[in-house]
Design a protein around this ligand. Sequence first.
Ligand SMILES: NC(=O)c1ccc[n+]([C@@H]2O[C@H](COP(=O)([O-])OP(=O)(O)OC[C@H]3O[C@@H](n4cnc5c(N)ncnc54)[C@H](OP(=O)(O)O)[C@@H]3O)[C@@H](O)[C@H]2O)c1
Length: 288
Amino acid sequence: MNVLAPLETLFTVERGSDLPLPPDLLTLFGHLQFPPRQGRPYVIGNFVTTLDGVVTLNEPGHVSGGDISGFNRHDQMVMGLLRATADAVIVGAGTLRSAPKHLWTAEYIYPPLSHAYRQLRTSLGKPVQPLNVIVSAHANINLDLPVFQSGQVPVVIVTTPDGLQRIREQHLPRSVQVLPVRTIHSTDSLDVRAILEAVNHVQRSEMILVEGGPQLMGDFFAEQSIDELFLTLAPQIAGRDGHIDRPGLVSGKRFAPEHPLWGTLIGVKRGGSHLFLRYAFEAVAFAF
Ligand SMILES: NC(=O)c1ccc[n+]([C@@H]2O[C@H](COP(=O)([O-])OP(=O)(O)OC[C@H]3O[C@@H](n4cnc5c(N)ncnc54)[C@H](OP(=O)(O)O)[C@@H]3O)[C@@H](O)[C@H]2O)c1
């Protein structure tokens, strides 16, 4: 395997003190800083998008983020780094359905740096693996999937009271908890603040990583619960022909022109023709 070249830092804004990255990660990524916490978890999102804004090709056999990034190793390395800093990684059930064999761990996405990721978690005083959180209203979830059965990661399924009933009809592995959380008004949509509260209850969290997909991300943006977005821009045009839905990183919610959400650029790195962007967003201050 070719050795991965370091990312080139083109622009960066000071955000706080440096995380104790082990040498391999420091060389590849450069310094990583997050602002001091404000008495609540800091919430970051991570997505990869094509130049024309597509985050899933949405075709049989081509529904993964890898199809978008071109299975780019820099992107996998950064995903691993963010997972290694996170106390919990949250995904929607649609993302689980599109990647049924996945574990949301640093090692799983970029095995060559397993040792460095583990070192980082140890230095940060975090448990071996981040809590994997699956968000689902209906909880039609196959509990035979590796994320539930491997025992390698602690898992929480957050769902509605109806979802809780449904999932209790299956045998629940020991590493899996199910928590019902409140919904918004009379919908099936779980309240994002309640999701974060449930996550923090199971695993006290300084840093929570949201890896989507678009529907969950829309809900997080709608409730102004994203502090930062790490966005990989992959240099391909995927196109849309109107026959299949090819969402951007938000679906199911509309912001502009009435309430556009503007971000502030705080970082740009380059790996070949891929760009690694970092945007800060105004998140609502909340307390549990
Ligand atoms: N390019 C990238 O970086 C990236 C990142 C992530 C995902 N993706 C792609 O995105 C596609 C999936 O899109 P998606 O929009 O379906 O993903 P999603 O947001 O992961 O999944 C949607 C499902 O998650 C549950 N859900 C999400 N928000 C909820 C809320 N607030 N309350 C209750 N349930 C909630 C619901 O599950 P139930 O139906 O079970 O109730 C909903 O149907 C996949 O192809 C995946 O590969 C791409």
